[in-house]
Design a protein around this ligand. Structure first.
Ligand code: NAD
Length: 284
């Protein structure tokens, strides 16, 4: 039987800490602010943006929503980013992805000031993560690390396997485990012997985007299993990349979906926004 790591509980702790520090900033006249840009009317993006705005209100941040129509041009979007880059009461800027197909996501990410890039997607912040000298960590991998730390799980010297090599999850996840002295293997769609590699992992992170992809035969007895995936199963029910029912009895720790890594991502966004406000006000 694994211990189930509750993302709801760990994220609540993080948000509580952010709220306390936000109150301290407010007492010094600093009101942290996050701008959220959403283009078009993708329903999933709308849910994510609403959740982010609610999280801001809960910790005491100001949040500004910029909802642009789907037909917004690249020039209009870049002009808004530039305006927000120069807006002193906005500390963090987030552009909800994916953008409608005619817009260039990379150009938008590159246009956000690295100092306000609370998603940590800008190449300058990505490079800093590689070196290990960073201001912001990408929210989802940082959330996974927060769960690991909260349980007191040691990464040092452990075999860590990350399935998935995306720029927003897999690659930075591997880097964060490496920074803590894990021996890290990154697996992807071309990996051979995936099952054998995963079955050697002391710490296994799944960021594939395929429902119940990780089965019990891919998991070592006593492994720590962290499930980043957010998918729908054959009945339309929310599920992760890990086949929870078969894997849970073998693992020592496991994160559920929903209620696992998902809530951590928004909590870490709040943490990054707080840090941005501190940096921009010369507090750190
Ligand atoms: P992505 O599609 O960009 O990357 C998926 C990765 O999985 C790729 O690197 C690919 O090589 C690998 N992959 C695909 N098929 C594979 C196979 N058969 N064997 C091994 N590797 C394979 O996805 P992403 O953006 O990294 O997201 C991954 C999952 O995490 C999705 O379900 C997504 O919804 C979820 N996600 C959750 C959060 C959160 O807050 N919890 C945040 C971001 C993404």
């Amino acid at each position: 039987m694994a211990k189930i790591i509750s993302g709801k509980e760990v994220s609540a702790k993080v948000r509580e800490q952010v709220k306390t520090e936000c109150d301290e900033l407010k007492s010094k006249g600093i009101n942290p602010g996050l701008a959220v840009i959403i283009v078009g009317d993708d329903p999933a993006s709308r849910v994510y943006v609403n959740n982010k705005k609610k999280a801001c209100a809960d910790v005491g941040f100001v949040s500004e929503e910029y909802a642009l129509p789907a037909e917004t041009t690249q020039e209009q979007l870049l002009a808004l980013v530039e305006e927000l880059n120069n807006k002193p009461d906005i500390n963090g800027i987030l552009c909800q992805l994916p953008l409608p197909g005619h817009l260039d996501e990379t150009a938008v990410i590159n246009a956000i000031s690295p100092l306000k890039d609370v998603d940590a997607f800008h190449p300058s912040n990505v490079g800093k993560i590689m070196i290990g000298d960073y201001d912001f960590l990408p929210c989802t991998p940082a959330g996974v690390m927060e769960m690991i730390h909260n349980e007191g799980i040691e990464v040092n010297g452990k075999n860590c396997v990350v399935i998935g090599r995306s720029n927003i999850v897999g690659k930075p996840m591997a880097m964060l485990l490496l920074h803590e002295n894990g021996t890290v293997t990154i697996c992807h769609s071309r990996t051979k012997n995936l099952k054998e590699i995963c079955a050697r992992a002391d710490i296994l992170v799944a960021a594939v985007g395929k429902p119940k992809f990780v089965t019990a035969d891919m998991v070592k007895e006593g492994a720590v299993v962290l499930d980043v995936g957010i998918n729908r199963d054959e009945n339309g029910k929310l599920c992760g990349d890990v086949d929870f029912e078969s894997v849970e009895p073998k693992a020592s720790y496991i994160t559920p979906v929903p209620g696992g890594v998902g809530p951590m991502t928004i909590a870490m966004l709040m943490k990054n926004t707080l840090k941005a406000a501190k940096i921009q006000n010369g507090i750190i």
